[in-house]
Every structure is written in C-alpha cells, then in structure tokens.
Design a protein around this ligand. Structure first.
Ligand code: IPM
Ligand code: MG
Length: 355
C-alpha cells in the first residue's frame, strides 16, 4: 500500500490547533478509504524553537523535509518576535529553499457560508489565484544604511526575472486551461511600475500564444479589487506578483465569507521538492489556545495536498465532507458567527467521512 510521508509544522498560535486537526482528518480519511496510508512526522519549529535555539528552524532543517511527499504547515508569527524574523526564518525559508514558486489560492463560497457580497450568487465566485511565490516584492533585496541618523536610507527592491515570470505565468495559463471557463486574468501595475511590470506584461503576451484555447485579459491591481467586488463572475483564474497576490487573496477570502476557510498550496510544479499546504489565516494570537480556531482552512488545504499527491477521489471525499459541515450552521466557528469549537468541527468531519 502506498504510504505518503508528510511533515507537519504547526508553527505558532492557532497553527498548533489546526495542524493536529488536519492530521487527524487525513488519518481517518486514509483508514476509511483503505487504499493509502500516511506517515506523519511533526517538527516543532517556530517561536518557541527560536527562544530556545535563536533560530526559527535548524540550519539543516530543509534536509529533514526533503524526502517528504508534502508538508502541512500551520502558521508562523509570535507577538514577542519581529514578524520579518518569524517569516524569513521559517515559512519563506521553506518556500524559497524548495523553490515553491506557485502559491495557489482557490476561493469559492462553500455551501452554507454567508458571504458579504449580497449581489453575488455563490456560482459567481469561483476563483483560483496564482501568486508568484519566489521573487518580486518578496525577493529580500534591499538594505538599510545610516540607521537612526537623519540621513537614513532603506530600500526593498522588487526583482522580477524572465525565468521567474515565464514559469509562473505558464503555470497559471495551464491551470486556467484545466478549468471549465478557461479564462485567465493577468494582474499588473505597469502604468506606474515601468520596468519589471512592463516585462511581466510582455511575457504574458508571449506565453498566451502557447495556450490558444485560453481567453485572457489584463487588469491593473487597483482596478482588480473593484472588479472582484463588482463583477466577480468575470473572474476565473488569476495570476499576480507576490505582493499583489498577497493582498488580493485576503480580499478574496473575505469576500467568500472568512479568512478562516481559505487554503493555500505552495507548489513546486516540477516536483523536485515537497510542496507545502497551509491555511491562509496566520497565527491569530488573540484566540490561540481557546479551541476557537476554524480548522476548515486547514482541511481545504489538505484537499489541495491530496490532489497534489494524485489522490483525487480522496480529495473529493474530503471536500464533500467539508461542505456538509459548513452547510450546518451549528458547526460554524466564531469567525463565521457561530459557537462551534475546533474539536466540534473536526469530529463532525471525521464522522461524516466514516459514514
Ligand atoms: C500570506 C501571509 C504572509 C505573506 C505573511 C504572514 C507574511 O499574509 O501567506 O498571505 O504575506 O506572505
Ligand atoms: Mg497574506
């Protein structure tokens, strides 16, 4: 029987509640289906590890992850450690170290979820946003000199490479081609950013020629936020730079009802390294340890993981179980206006799977 080796990295905050919930659901699913197994290994990296060892993960940590089939990640962030340290020391170290250049974020309004767009039917909002995940505004290029002096200077330079842009735009066209609407929107800001974003636009035109069955359009990032609200059904697949994608996917998640639901895959499409799946919500320190976290974002991320592993039937089974739960308002967590706990939702999903 096929065994998938999964690294679990709960990280900080509510990551420590939702990742074990995801592990449990995956275990129950595999037992129920009986055609594959999981071998989980948990790595306790994050804020506490930093306090003990002065780093967010061991210097050779990537070596320990390399042989895994996938990674299930919770969140990184700690109120007592600067955010850029927690981010660069763990999540970005893995994303960039394993060249997971496509950050894939699906959004749709799940059954039973009340989304804020009153003029929109749930069928109108079914998007998948591909966020460039290896360079751009998150390239880490820049510096700071003369700190504390009036002459202080600081820069964060956004870097786009032809290789980096070609591969993520090609990935997005391919994804659009696989979806019923076969439509891609390329998000840009080439009116104001006149070098790298102009190259981005030119590369989109070039790659589009490889995909004659995909229709596509170009939208400036600011106009895109308005279009997401006003004309959601005109959107299907989207590709954007790292920071543009970061911002648009929070908006997308909120429009679909809650950040607590939204999933992510940090994908290495070439499968040289394990890909990493995580809820979008972050560490949410205000509710940590209270059992209030919505585990649905993690479960949906597990669906993406199953699809990535080629277990499509299992992915469908889990997604159906998730929507049976979201349909039942008494199983809504606080972010959705309900009172259910992380454990209530997890147990409900497990018992639906077992039926
Ligand atoms: C996300 C998050 C991260 C990001 C934060 C935690 C740095 O917002 O995954 O979207 O900006 O990449
Ligand atoms: Mg974000």
């Amino acid at each position: 029987m096929k065994t998938y080796k999964i690294a679990c990295i709960p990280g900080d905050g509510i990551g420590q509640e939702v990742v074990p919930a995801g592990e449990e659901v995956l275990r129950v699913l595999a037992e129920h289906l009986g055609s594959f197994k999981f071998d989980f290994e948990t790595f306790k990296w994050g804020g506490d590890w930093y306090r003990a060892h002065g780093e967010m993960m061991p210097a050779d940590g990537l070596e320990a992850l390399k042989s895994k089939d996938a990674i299930l990640f919770g969140s990184a962030g700690d109120p007592h450690i600067p955010d850029h340290i927690t981010l660069w020391g763990l999540r970005l170290k893995i994303c960039q170290g394993f060249d997971q250049y496509a950050n894939v974020r699906p959004t749709k309004i799940l059954r039973g979820i009340d989304a804020p767009l009153k003029r929109c039917e749930s069928k109108d909002l079914d998007w998948i946003i591909v966020r460039e995940n290896s360079e751009g505004e998150y390239a880490g290029v820049g510096g700071r000199v003369h700190q504390g002096h009036p002459t202080e200077v600081a820069t964060d330079v956004s870097v786009l490479t032809r290789v980096g842009v070609e591969r993520v735009i090609r990935y997005a066209f391919k994804l659009a081609q696989s979806r019923p609407k076969k439509h891609l929107t390329v998000v840009t800001k080439s009116n104001a950013q006149r070098h790298a974003m102009v190259m981005w636009d030119e590369i989109a035109v070039q790659i589009s020629k490889e995909f004659p069955t995909v229709t596509w359009d170009k939208e400036l990032v600011d106009a895109m936020t308005a279009r997401m609200v006003n004309r959601p059904s005109s959107i299907d697949t989207v590709v954007a730079t790292n920071l543009h994608g970061d911002i648009l996917t929070d908006l997308a998640a909120a429009l679909a009802g809650s950040l607590g639901i939204a999933p992510t895959g940090n994908i290495d499409p070439e499968r040289r390294y394990p890909s990493m799946f995580e809820p979008i919500h972050g560490s949410a320190f205000d509710i940590m340890g209270k059992g209030l976290a919505n585990p649905v974002g993690t479960f949906w991320s597990c669906v993406m993981m199953l699809d990535h592993l080629g277990e499509h039937q299992a992915a469908i089974t889990l997604m159906n179980a998730i929507e049976s739960v979201t349909e039942n308002k008494s199983l809504h967590t606080r972010d959705l206006g309900g009172q259910a706990t992380t454990i209530d939702v997890t147990q409900a999903i497990c018992s639906i799977i077992k039926k």
